[in-house]
Design a binder for this molecule. Structure first.
Ligand SMILES: C[S@@+](CC[C@H](N)C(=O)[O-])C[C@H]1O[C@@H](n2cnc3c(N)ncnc32)[C@H](O)[C@@H]1O
Length: 323
């Protein structure tokens, strides 16, 4: 829908200030928490929050609270988003101010991934125990098997495979299974687990969920189990996972519903405290998947967490009009 001239002036006014232009350029890379923006911009929280409020009021950015943190991202569509994209496109990629911001953002990201990598390396041997702390694994795994369907699957891809639990659960129904993870320590344990389970057609690869280098539409089952809440850009990971899904194939995402266990950030490197249904559904649709469904598994104990299982399918070309 087009803007009125008054709305256009409001949007341009909001974007037309140096710090706010820098914020838009940063959020074009990934969603960020207020404190991360303060670090990159080297400005106080009240100042950054004021800029963010003006951007949000003008419909240029979206605010979403996550536990005690507040994240911001660019709105996903509409005229204000087009204006942001067009304006950023006009800026010289060698602009020194934006280049300095990007390099600071990379420092923030590098710190994050070093801390997460160290956490997974340190806890690889205990991961199976940690995974079951807040959920009923038996119920979750039964629901995953149900969401996957009976198979058989030609190619299963498990992104962020950790110690290989999803591979040993679903691998027996697949002709070929591929597990991908960034942590060598996790991969080593997964190799032992899949060998113990007698899964001979299972490959474990070192790789990044954001750029898997796996061929597009090559897997009839893709699984992302308890990975997204660690990531800086979960929407981008869903897009990459969706890219791998073959026609008629399915993506299963297992993660938490929004919760308030703030200590999981400090002690277990969680970045997001769960995901809202609308957010995940939007990502799945943006990844080109349809028949999106969500199931919730309530916690098995009072201090537990609700696990959500989202599925999306890549509709076969011939059935697309029926979807
Ligand atoms: C919480 S564990 C879950 C492992 C497994 N899916 C499970 O449920 O047991 C998260 C895994 O994601 C991996 N991971 C984190 N960031 C990643 C990335 N960018 N690319 C690939 N794997 C990643 C970690 O190394 C870790 O093994």
């Amino acid at each position: 829908m087009s803007l009125t001239s008054g709305q256009a002036v409001d949007v341009l006014r909001a974007a037309g200030e140096p710090s706010r232009m820098r914020i838009l350029a940063l959020l074009a890379h990934e969603e960020l928490a207020v404190l991360e923006l303060c670090r990159v911009l080297d400005q106080s929280q009240p100042r950054v929050s004021r800029h963010l409020k003006l951007l949000a009021d003008a419909g240029l950015v979206e605010r979403f609270p996550d536990g005690a943190w507040v994240f911001y991202r660019l709105v996903s569509g509409g005229e204000p988003r087009r204006l942001t994209d067009e304006t950023l496109r006009l800026i010289d990629p060698a602009d020194p101010i934006l280049l300095r911001d990007i390099s600071r953002l990379q420092e923030v990201r590098a710190e994050r991934s070093t801390e997460a990598g160290e956490y997974f390396a340190r806890n690889a041997a205990r991961w199976d125990e940690i995974r079951s702390l807040y959920i009923s694994e038996t119920a979750v795994e039964a629901a995953i098997l149900k969401a996957a369907g009976p198979g058989p699957f030609k190619r299963l891809v498990d992104l962020g495979s950790g110690t290989g639990r999803m591979l040993t659960l679903l691998g027996p129904h697949a002709e070929l299974a591929v597990g991908l993870d960034l942590s060598q320590q996790m991969l080593n344990i997964a190799r032992a687990h899949v060998a113990d389970a007698g899964l001979s057609r299972c490959e474990l690869r070192h790789g990044d969920i954001f750029s898997t280098r796996l061929p597009g539409q090559s897997a009839d089952l893709v699984v992302v189990h308890q990975v997204l809440h660690y990531l800086g850009d979960p929407g981008a990971a869903v897009r990459e996972a969706g890219r791998l899904v073959a026609e008629g194939g399915r993506l299963i995402i297992v993660d938490f519903a929004p919760h308030g266990l703030e200590f999981l950030r400090e002690q277990h490197q969680h970045r997001r405290l769960g995901f809202a249904e609308a957010e995940m559904e939007r990502w799945l649709h943006e990844a080109g998947l349809a028949k999106v469904r969500a199931a919730a598994l309530p916690p098995a104990r009072r201090d537990g967490l609700t696990v959500k299982i989202w599925t999306g399918e890549r509709v076969r070309q011939t059935n697309r009009s029926a979807a």
